[in-house]
Design a protein. Structure first.
Length: 256
């Protein structure tokens, strides 16, 4: 029986992006499939985080920035003149390397986005809080202290709270920029376990903090080097039989 073709959720179509004279990304063409974990990896300065940030237009205010090509979400160009950036950022959530809980309680952190969007129904807010914390693998640890300060949580718990806060807006795509770089191995494992559960509902793109993490979590992996995307394959294939010698050299620690 023929397997159905995977659905393309995000597409980079010959994307070049520059901050100044030298391009940070050069002619990137790449498909990200729905309900998968796609890893962007490579050495520092390779362009992977820039590529991630372009997907919800976090670089819009960068001085002197120029973009050519198209970046599509469900086939629509998110940089088109009539694109609604606020709506885009509801559809594409982002979690950063450093967990930054908002002032206030655990509950207030999770409901901040929906409240800002105008949701006032207490039952719906309670439902979103529980579901988001469950999806972020944090509910069992905090369900009896939702009104405690968010800053009282451990670093790993704060990071999962930030994931829950993003999920409360019910995005379609979740971007994670080295979300476990400052966490201990146990907290890292919990975050990774939550990602495996989340991909059935969301499309996840992650810049990992190590080659080992990239290999553990990737359904698909794209290797970036000096602003170029060198290759993209299914995760197992790329980390065992890369097509390009530069990819193999980086994976095996010959540079980087």
């Amino acid at each position: 029986m023929t397997q159905p073709s995977p659905t393309v959720k995000v597409r980079f179509d010959q994307v070049t992006y520059s901050y100044g004279a030298a391009p940070a990304l050069q002619n990137i063409t790449l498909d990200v499939y729905a309900n998968t974990i796609t890893v962007f990896f490579g050495p520092a300065g390779s362009g992977k985080t820039t590529a991630l940030r372009l997907i919800n237009r976090l670089n819009d205010l960068a001085e002197g920035a120029r973009l050519s090509g198209r970046l599509l979400l469900d086939g629509q160009d998110i940089y088109a003149r009539n694109a609604d950036v606020s709506a885009l950022r509801r559809r594409v959530g982002m979690v950063f390397a450093l967990p930054l809980p908002l002032p206030g309680t655990i509950r207030e952190n999770v409901t901040y986005g929906p409240r800002l969007a105008g949701l006032r129904d207490h039952a719906r807010l309670a439902e979103l809080t529980e579901r988001s914390l469950i999806q972020a693998a944090l509910w069992n640890e905090v369900k009896d202290r939702l009104d405690d300060p968010a800053t009282a949580l451990s670093g790993g718990q704060q990071q999962r709270l930030c994931i829950a806060r993003s999920l409360a807006l019910e995005p379609e795509v979740l971007l994670l920029d080295e979300p476990t770089s400052g966490l201990d191995p146990i907290s890292t494992a919990r975050v990774e376990e939550s990602l495996f559960q989340l991909k059935s509902h969301y499309t996840i793109i992650i810049v990992p903090h190590s080659i080992q993490q990239a290999a553990r979590v990737a359904d698909w992996a794209a290797f970036f080097l000096k602003g170029e995307m060198i290759e993209c394959q299914e995760g197992t294939a790329l980390f065992t039989t890369p097509h390009d010698q530069r990819t193999e050299d980086y994976i095996t620690g010959r540079f980087g």
